[in-house]
Design a protein around this ligand. Sequence first.
Ligand code: SAH
Ligand code: SF4
Ligand code: F3S
Length: 523
Amino acid sequence: MNEKQRHEQNQIKQSHASDQASDERNLERLKDKTSDDFIKYFEATYEPPNLRKAQKRGKQDIQYHDDFEIEEQFRDLGVGKKYLIRTYGCQMNEHDTEVMSGILEEMGYEATTDQKEADMILLNTCAIRENAENKVFGELGHLKSLKVENPDLIIGVCGCMSQEESVVNRILAKHHHVDLIFGTHNIHRLPQLVQNAYLSKERVVEVWSKEGDVIENLPKRRKGQIKAWVNIMYGCDKFCTYCIVPYTRGKERSRRPEDIIQEVRHLAAQGYKEVTFLGQNVNAYGKDLDIDFGLGDLMDEVRKIDIPRVRFTTSHPRDFDDRLIEVLGKGDNLMPHIHLPVQSGNSDVLKLMGRKYTREQYLELVDKIKEAIPHATFSTDIIVGFPNETEEQFEDTMTLYDEVGFEHAYTFIFSPRDGTPADKFKDEVTEDEKKQRLYRLNDKVNAYAKEAMKKYEGQTVKVLVEGESKNNPDVLAGYTEHSKLVNFTGPKSAIGDIVEVEITQAKTWSLDGVMVEEAVEVK
Ligand code: SAH
Ligand code: SF4
Ligand code: F3S
């Protein structure tokens, strides 16, 4: 970092510190005030998603902190109390829940899955589509009776929805049983926020629209001991015209390579068998660092670590570079299944979506990957019914699906999101037509999934055994290198191991099999 950058960083540090201090002072003043005061406070401190401003956000002001600590005064706040976090949305949210659980457990809280015995319930929300938000509002409705039964219960809303002004206003106006609202950039403030929620008779709202911090040493309560999520970057700068994520998650911030490597080494030492690197656009990893180090370089480094499986999600086709393809071609612990969202098979629609690649470029990339990794398999995300998508344009998506031969896809009907450019696009396509397209696409997705599974019948595959099958405790379940779910018979002692399973029957979404006995050595 040069002198100028250091100077800028110091200035930003100071201004962030004073932001935080003034937030704390404001919250202090608001104790025992009415919800109108809170709305006023919120309006004064909250910045709604703003495309122009967000796109101009700086690259230089990323701060790294290794000094997270739960202050003495908050450490016993949860002793004798139980918490429950409901998680909606993507893996990023799943992992944030692990961090919040880690923080709460260091404050003395214990986890519960029974909402009746919970002293605190947090909804970690997703804003990606309208139905995701409706689910949360539905759940908030259900929680109301719980609060009536137990007035001491703290109900909190966090995650991506709490970064939206309209959502926060709606909760403040209509859901009086919500005690706490905090944003995706405020997770590390949880101890203070929980204390404020206990002390205050009114709602506590803290949503920082500023971002730029990477906090390294937050505690984590991981959800299993076999597979682990590892954030490699936060935020997204792609600004696809339909998408809310760049506003709810802030700008792209990469973690330092050494911190990531150290986390993976630590997980390997603890016996984890698989890590998945997380980011909204992992291929942009490293672009904001002041060293020349990208996702390909990072993957090459983790290849040397003794952890059997490494995956990454989500890839953006635009930034999927040759270095990454070359490294993935080396195989080893780098898994050969690639999730590569295409969104549409028509170049004009892709342009309107702001995806910054054409149909042809996407297909070229897939070919290049297939050449370097012949056994690679692909899955994707697709949006149908983007404003004014024509029948022909939709057909392009259908033919692209055939050309790539995806093994799986997540398919969605376009959902307008407040504050995004596509929200303002006029749209002549009827909802019914959009649904029909989705059904047609889903028929194709199912047919390809079934065919992909069929290929495995009679084959022996390597399965990382995660535990007993959900439906039958006598059956074990795990995933193949290509991320296929396998249910099979085998000894419970195999849980946590990678074993060979012979596939006896393929279904549409899973495989059945039997574990191959290890060959008995004959002397
Ligand atoms: N960062 C990832 C995915 C983020 S969201 C990527 O760029 O691929 C997961 C998926 O939700 C997206 O790939 C997209 O298919 C879908 N999605 C996002 N915004 C949407 C919207 N407004 N309406 C419908 N689907 C949407
Ligand atoms: Fe959204 Fe596009 Fe960023 Fe993915 S790359 S999170 S779709 S803006
Ligand atoms: Fe949803 Fe936020 Fe993830 S909007 S998809 S939870 S980044």
